[in-house]
Design a protein around this ligand. Structure first.
Ligand code: ZN
Length: 196
């Protein structure tokens, strides 16, 4: 069964309460929050004031995807702002294992996101320690982009690695997922979608 997590980026920010209510009433499993810093990605999305507002109304688990440099500086604040799962980027963490330990120390689930150019093989020595791997199926930073086709082969490689390492990690596909490709992605063994 696939899990669905609509992204807050798709919301009408002039009426956030309504947008959150729509998610609460929907069959969505989680709410995906794309935090961008304008440094790791060439765009800025939103920060703590918006998360505070979301936290007040959201009844779904908050899946926070940090597209920021040096995420360690902010993990505790994201936990206090209601994150149930925090994903950091492989490309943004020099001491990734320590970062994952820090997230888990707050009893929050930890995920790793990788950009389209980053090989799944690089996760070999960390996959047993995380709850989720987020494969970016577009280049992070902007919505409404086309799904990158080679993501399908990355899903295959990731599934094999998860089995090989006896990892419990969920596979998340982020970006460009719509009704035309969701079925194919799901049949490739992906159990969790977020995206724009
Ligand atoms: Zn995301």
């Amino acid at each position: 069964m696939a899990l669905l997590a609509p992204s807050l980026l798709s919301a009408d920010f002039s009426n956030l309460t309504n947008a959150i209510s729509l998610v609460n009433e929907s069959s969505a499993d989680w709410l995906h929050l794309d935090v961008m810093d304008g440094v790791f990605v060439p765009n800025i999305s939103f920060g703590f004031p918006v998360l505070s507002a979301v936290q007040k109304h959201c009844q779904k688990p908050m899946d926070v995807h940090l597209m920021i440099v040096d995420p360690d500086r902010y993990i505790e604040r994201f936990v206090k702002h209601g994150a149930h799962l925090i994903s950091v980027h492989y490309e943004a963490c020099i001491h990734l294992h320590r970062t994952i330990q820090t997230i888990h120390s707050f009893n929050v689930k930890a995920g790793i996101a990788i950009n389209p150019h980053t090989s799944v093989n690089l996760l070999e020595d960390i996959i047993q320690d995380v709850d989720l791997i987020c494969l970016m199926s577009v280049n992070p930073g902007f919505g409404s982009q086309k799904f990158i086709d080679h993501t399908y082969s990355k899903i295959d490689k990731l599934k094999n690695l998860i089995l090989q390492k006896n990892s419990k990690a969920l596979i998340e596909i982020d970006g460009g997922v719509d009704t035309t490709n969701a079925k194919k992605i799901s049949s490739n063994g992906c159990r969790y979608f977020s995206g724009w």
